[in-house]
Design a protein around this ligand. Structure first.
Ligand SMILES: [Zn+2]
Length: 244
């Protein structure tokens, strides 16, 4: 930043000088991004963990900001990607407290445990596999547990996006429910499985009402009612019937 007078401050943008007083927050933000050597502490952690995997970060961040998802789910995915959440693994390293996962009661081997390696999370993913596979047929991978499916611009885009939508809601629900005490692992799995389904149903009902008001029912059907797997629209009742 350069002071060219007593009260006028400028910031340099390439060859230009922009007066600070009149610059919008957006302009300043973009200048900051240009200038700053941005520290992304999450990136080397993921890349070190998945050494042999090619990660397309643009596609990963597109999944986080999947516009089919409510903001609170996007926000939780953002925390996951930034590794910016409390875990027994982190607390143990900082305060030497127990490193047992609150969900499965096993030691957390790394910060990725709850998303990728927790046996309870995996059991919940597996219970959803028939639904996910019906939407878009592909086997599970650790990469999907971590980032969702890569969605390049091709013919299966909508199916993959819907599969990511469902998977993101499962991850969100697991994270929200992981500390709640249940009498057994089976009960915990069943409870999170049902809560994830209820979330999807409630979310689609809300989206459906909004789509009716905005007269964008066609788009809603194209995005969420693919092959009528999750739900179908009944012309006679003008309502949704859920299949999950
Ligand atoms: Zn666990």
């Amino acid at each position: 930043m350069i002071n060219y007078g007593i009260e006028t401050y400028y910031i340099e943008k390439g060859e230009d000088r922009i007066e600070l007083k009149g610059a919008s927050c957006k302009t300043l933000y973009w200048i900051y991004l240009d200038k700053a050597e941005i520290v992304l502490p999450w990136k080397p952690k993921w890349e070190y963990h998945f050494t042999n995997l090619e990660i397309n970060w643009n596609l990963v961040w597109q999944n986080v900001h999947n516009n089919m998802l409510q903001y609170k789910v996007q926000s939780k995915l953002w925390e996951f990607m930034n590794l910016n959440f409390i875990s027994s693994f982190n607390l143990n390293r900082m305060y030497n407290t127990s490193n047992l996962c609150l969900q499965c009661k096993m030691p957390e081997e790394n910060i990725f445990h709850i998303q990728i390696y927790c046996p309870i999370s995996k059991r919940i993913y597996e219970k959803f596999f028939p639904l996910l596979n019906a939407i878009f047929q592909i086997d599970f991978t650790e990469k999907e547990f971590a980032f969702g499916l890569d969605i390049p611009d091709w013919e299966n885009q909508k199916k993959e996006k819907l599969r990511n939508y469902v998977f993101s809601i499962i991850k969100y629900t697991i994270f929200k429910e992981r500390c709640k005490i249940q009498t057994s692992n089976e009960q915990k799995i069943e409870s999170i499985f049902n809560k994830s389904k209820q979330f999807i149903i409630k979310d689609l009902k809300l989206g459906f009402e909004l789509a009716k008001k905005k007269k964008s029912l066609t788009k809603f059907k194209e995005n969420f009612l693919i092959k009528n797997i999750i739900a179908q629209y009944r012309e006679d009742t003008k309502d949704l019937v859920f299949n999950i």
